[in-house]
Design a protein around this ligand. Structure first.
Ligand SMILES: Cc1cc2nc3c(=O)[nH]c(=O)nc-3n(C[C@H](O)[C@H](O)[C@H](O)COP(=O)(O)OP(=O)(O)OC[C@H]3O[C@@H](n4cnc5c(N)ncnc54)[C@H](O)[C@@H]3O)c2cc1C
Length: 487
């Protein structure tokens, strides 16, 4: 927060009574026919009006406190309201390497802190962040500045998602040499190989990767660390290693029929549906032929993305099947609303127990059981309990499983002294990102489990700062290994 923000005088009661300025969205009939971005957001005039609703709360400002990256939101919104879009974007960029991305896909934790939330609605901070960042991008103002004097230290970053991008940027800005290893053919992690283009235009991710390349970062793709090259090898070649490998292994429900044709796992499905052919590996070139009726199993952001992709792939009836109620549903509410608006039906308190195939081994139906809610489980959400004898048959042409993700256990299994826990999460001190192997740091979904772009960014900043200290010769306390929990 700038000192000016703390004392900025505005007409707070006037602002509290200003209604939110709606942002622009494409028409439903048009947008469901393609994979282009749905949210058009704000233009300059609308952005200034919306930013002028910000109350410029005195310190401590709840929006900034609610943003995991600690973005100075009041300052950025003040500049936006004054028409200083590039300056506003640079305020966001000071604490987040991905303002154009977060403006588009963040569930806006900051908005949950906005004091106007209980009145007419929080200021649309995310849409304003996207608008000013796009203006700054156009103006060439988002390039990464690197020092002329290099430190002579070399850093390897494994994984090119939000966590890897954050560490690569933080390290190159300090004058270290950075090489990023990535197993997919293109860099970007889930931003490319997960989040659909109708939420996040892939050009936005491409600009960021190009910024990093221009700043001197080297990308080595199609390389799986732990298989093609070991962490130990990287430690011989580099002064420090960062693991930002995400949580990309999909959970299944282990019910009969999951291996039938037409039953997809979410990443495979989303990659084939959304990622342009040149970026897809050879085994993912074929786009799913979804038929008329698609059922998505699960209830989070991934399920919603799969449902919206199915509509764009030509399905006529798309159903999300979720075992709890809307109150327990994880993920972004406004994206869910858009999904329903586009024609998806959500069947609550139901779960499949079997997929049934035709004579060619392709799914044609699923047996579904109804559920009711019992006592809260370890997650605090009420546990779904099956209702005996309530099974029924739902005809389907395609099923997509979107029931959760786990980290790949490969690195933990193949790297000596790299402790993992809870089915593959890398054991790291989240405040500093140090793992149990000296000189190896980790952050993002592979440490805290599947979460959000902004939480990966925030934790990766901390790991980068510890790596920087380590490269200066300071000692970093390693976490104590915990016993591995069995599944
Ligand atoms: C379908 C989907 C939709 C989502 N929607 C949203 C959303 O709308 N908003 C939001 O905030 N968050 C969303 N998320 C979550 C968000 O994308 C993740 O929390 C975030 O990407 C985590 O960043 P990360 O860098 O830790 O991991 P990732 O983005 O998963 O990146 C990890 C990278 O490491 C690579 N890698 C893994 N193992 C190796 C290895 N051994 N060697 C080399 N490379 C390796 C992977 O290929 C991957 O590119 C979504 C996630 C999914 C799956």
């Amino acid at each position: 927060m700038s000192s000016e923000t703390a004392y900025r005088k505005v007409d707070r009661s006037g602002r509290a009574n200003q209604e939110p300025v709606p942002y622009l969205k494409r028409d439903i009939a048009e947008r469901i026919c393609d994979f282009e971005e749905v949210i058009l957001g704000y233009d300059g005039e609308l952005a200034e009006d919306e930013a002028s609703r910000c109350m410029q709360c005195p310190d401590p400002q709840p929006c900034t406190l609610s943003c995991p990256a600690g973005n100075d939101i009041p300052e950025a919104l003040w500049l936006t309201s004054q028409g200083k879009y590039v300056e506003a974007a640079l305020v966001f960029a000071a604490t987040s390497p991905l303002p154009e991305v977060c403006g588009r896909v963040c569930p806006n934790l900051c908005q949950q802190g906005c004091v106007l939330g209980k009145r007419y609605g929080a200021v649309s901070i995310g849409k304003l962040e996207a608008f000013v960042s796009d203006v700054a991008r156009e103006a060439g103002a988002l390039t990464i500045k690197v020092p002329e004097q290099k430190t002579g230290k070399h850093v390897a970053v494994v994984g090119s998602g939000p966590a890897g991008i954050t560490v690569a940027e933080d390290m190159i800005k300090l004058g270290h040499e950075v090489t990023v290893y990535e197993s997919w053919p293109e860099a970007g992690g889930v931003l490319v190989y997960g989040i659909p283009a109708f939420k996040l235009d892939k050009r936005v991710v491409g600009y960021k990767i190009q910024d990093l390349r221009d700043a001197g970062v080297t990308f080595i793709t199609n390389t799986r660390v732990g298989q093609d090259i070991m962490v130990e090898d990287l430690q011989h070649e580099y002064d420090a290693v960062f693991l930002g490998t995400g949580a990309g292994i999909e959970a299944t429900m282990s019910i009969p029929g999951e291996d039938l044709d037409g039953v997809w796992k979410s990443t495979d499905y989303l990659v084939r549906a959304n990622v342009k052919e040149a970026y897809r590996p050879e085994d993912k070139k074929v786009v799913p032929d979804v038929g008329k009726r698609v059922a998505i199993i699960g209830g989070g952001d991934t399920a919603v993305d799969c449902a919206r992709s199915s509509i764009r792939l030509g399905a006529e009836e798309v159903t999300i099947v979720y075992r709890r109620t809307e109150a327990e549903m994880p993920g972004n509410k406004s994206e869910r609303y858009i999904c329903v608006e586009e024609g998806t039906q959500i069947n609550y308190l139901q779960a499949p127990v079997e997929y049934i195939g035709d004579e060619n081994g392709r799914v044609k139906a699923m047996k579904v059981i109804k559920m009711e809610l019992g006592e809260p489980d370890a997650s605090g959400r009420r546990r779904p309990i099956t209702i005996e004898g309530s099974e029924f048959i739902q005809e389907v042409d395609t099923v997509v499983l979107a029931v959760g993700y786990w980290p790949d256990p490969l690195l933990g299994d193949k790297t000596e002294n790299l402790a993992t826990h809870n089915w593959g999460l890398i054991l790291a001190d989240e405040a500093v990102g140090a793992t149990t192997r000296e000189g190896v740091f980790a952050a993002g979904d592979n440490v805290h489990g599947p979460d959000l772009v902004i939480t990966a960014v925030a934790s990766a900043h901390k790991a980068a700062s510890s790596m920087a200290a380590y490269l200066e010769g300071k000692s970093i306390a390693l976490p104590t290994p915990k016993p591995r929990r069995k599944k």
